[in-house]
Every structure is written in C-alpha cells, then in structure tokens.
Design a protein around this ligand. Sequence first.
Ligand SMILES: Cc1cc2nc3c(=O)[nH]c(=O)nc-3n(C[C@H](O)[C@H](O)[C@H](O)COP(=O)(O)OP(=O)(O)OC[C@H]3O[C@@H](n4cnc5c(N)ncnc54)[C@H](O)[C@@H]3O)c2cc1C
Ligand code: FES
Length: 336
Amino acid sequence: MNRIALNFEDGITRFIDVRPDELVADAAYRLGLNIPMDCRDGACGTCKCQCESGEYSLGGYIDDAMTEEEAAQGFVLTCQMKAKSDCVIRIPASSAVCKTKPATVAATMVDVRQLSPSTIGFSVRTEPANALRYLPGQYVNVSVPGSAQTRSYSFSSTIKNGVADFLVRNIPGGLMSTYLASQAKAGDALTLTGPIGSFYLRAVTRPLLFLAGGTGLAPFLAMLEHLEANIPTHPVHMIYGVTNDADLVEVAALEGLAKRIPGFTFTTVVADPASRHERKGYVTHHMPDSALFGGDVDVYLCGPPPMVDAVRAYFAEKNISPASFHFEKFNPSESK
Ligand SMILES: Cc1cc2nc3c(=O)[nH]c(=O)nc-3n(C[C@H](O)[C@H](O)[C@H](O)COP(=O)(O)OP(=O)(O)OC[C@H]3O[C@@H](n4cnc5c(N)ncnc54)[C@H](O)[C@@H]3O)c2cc1C
Ligand code: FES
C-alpha cells in the first residue's frame, strides 16, 4: 500500500491507502472522498490535480485532458494515475465540496514539560497508534480540557508509535497556556481535529532556508525529523529568532539534528537589546547572501504575525524572490 495525502484547497488533509494496482480516484471514492471527477476515462480533465511529491505512473489520457507541459509540471489525472510510492496531491476543491471534513482523533496527554519560563512542550498519544497522520509542518486543532474551545498547534515532531509533540508559548492568562502551565497532567483526554495547513515540507529539489520566530520553531522540528529520515541532497539553513533569551528552546535538539543531517546548519538570534547572546536583532539581520543562493532557494517562514509580516516586507524591499515561499502565521485564536 502507498500512502497518499490529499490536500484540499481549504487546507484540510485526508490520507488514503492505495494499492499499487489501484487508480487513485478509485481509492478516494472507496473511502468516501468525492474528489472532482467526470468521465473517469482520461478525456475531460475534470480530475486534474497537482502531485507535489512521490512517484507515479500517469496512465492513459488524451491531450485535451492534460497537455505534455502540464504533465511535466507534475499535474496528474487521478482517474488514470497509479502511485508507485507515497504521494502528496493538491486537490483544487474544498474538503466540503468533496464531502469530507478534517478527521477527529481522541488523544491522551502523555507528558507536559516546562522547557523555559516562557515555553511549554507537551506530547499526546493516539489510540490506535495509526489514528493520526500528518505532513511535517502541518497543524491540528486541539481541544482545551474543561472548555468547549480549541487552539491550533503545529506538530513539533513526526509521529512515532502514535505519539506527537507540540511546542507552546506560555501566554499569561491564555486559556490553553493556563491549562498547560497549571493543570495538565498525563492521562488527560484531548481531541485533535486535523491535520490542517498548506505549510508542509515539499519535495526537496533545491536549497532550503527555514526562518523560525519563537515557537514558530515547532513545524521546523517536525520537518527536520523528516529530513533526518530522508537525507536531503541540498543544503538546509535555519535562522531561529526569539524575543528574549528565555524563549530560546530546543537548541540541544537542533545541535543534534545538525550533527545527524549532512548539510543542515542553523543560527540563533535574540531581539532583546539587554541579551548577552552573540547575535542580536531579528532574523533578517542575520541572513547571509550565501543562504539565498541568488533566489534559487525554497523559503519556509513561521512565527507570530508581526515577525512573518516583517520578513515578507524585507524580502519585497530587497527584491528577493525565492523559487518558492511558504509561510504560516501563528494568529491569536478567535473564541471557537
Ligand atoms: C495555524 C496556527 C498554528 C499555531 N501553532 C502554534 C504553535 O505551534 N505554538 C504556539 O505557541 N502557538 C501556536 N499558535 C497560536 C495558538 O493557536 C494560540 O493562539 C496561542 O497558544 C494562545 O492560546 P491561549 O489559549 O493560551 O491564549 P488565548 O486565551 O487564546 O489568548 C489570551 C490573550 O492573549 C492574546 N494572545 C493570543 N496569542 C497571542 C500571541 N501569540 N502573542 C500575544 N498575545 C497573544 C489574545 O489576544 C488574548 O488577549 C498557532 C496558531 C495558528 C493559527
Ligand atoms: S475524470 Fe475525466 S479525465 Fe479524469
């Protein structure tokens, strides 16, 4: 079986298991996902999607359905395509149109850790262990125990034996922050809804630049764990910026990853003028030209909204246009 991630245009992802001899569309419909479809014959092009990673055979179709140029750009016809490996496919329709919605998974708290005065880590386990899948970089909506509300959190690890990690900034008085800082304990029941998000690691075809702000480090930790298991053939540089010294967490984990992933380097930056850190300021103050490869670089950016906006403005002002640019803003939640 190959594992196919279907990413809908509203950011919802559903995973399907597809036999090597099975058409991707057949597998999707077998599981109740009504992805766009009409002729089922490779003639109309209605089922055309973009395959972002993985290996596959295109099957038979006519030019009217898909041109050679589109096929070269990674487009596929799901009514004809067969997967030869795990794949990620972008569906140009919303999850609701395809009659699906994010999965809801029951989870149990296994560990809560105060990583620094400002930052908390926690881990959850799902039953069964394969109940939850996600792409490195995605997030999930987590129920806040004792309330009817949820908060969004990026996974800060890949999932191992059903256990996934998170990294959370402790916002004094915040609903989830207060629960995590003062009440959370192993055994607490949580509900996870997702995975969600288009901020996931694409196939690595050129150098990568990761820009993390504060707990915006979380999705990069998941991406780096993935890269440790799938060593990239291009260099990866990360600049991890925080406001105060206390916000700098998981540096030992990053040092370990830098030893184990050939070509992965990182620097840390602290904005607080009173800090004694060797590099002060914002991530944009410590972005060497050598990390930009004259634009032939895929940039991933994640953090609080002001940081994300500032970096995007910096790129625009400096006329830096990377080959691709992906970002996630940790917007404060509206009450849900
Ligand atoms: C896609 C996505 C992924 C996210 N992933 C992460 C993650 O991995 N780690 C993480 O720490 N956060 C993440 N967030 C933010 C997270 O969802 C919560 O908003 C945050 O943890 C605050 O929740 P709370 O219940 O503690 O505070 P709330 O009860 O929601 O807020 C309390 C008060 O603090 C304010 N506030 C909320 N957030 C902030 C902030 N960032 N800075 C300053 N004031 C704030 C609110 O406006 C409110 O006044 C993510 C957000 C999104 C949209
Ligand atoms: S549904 Fe017509 S080409 Fe696939």
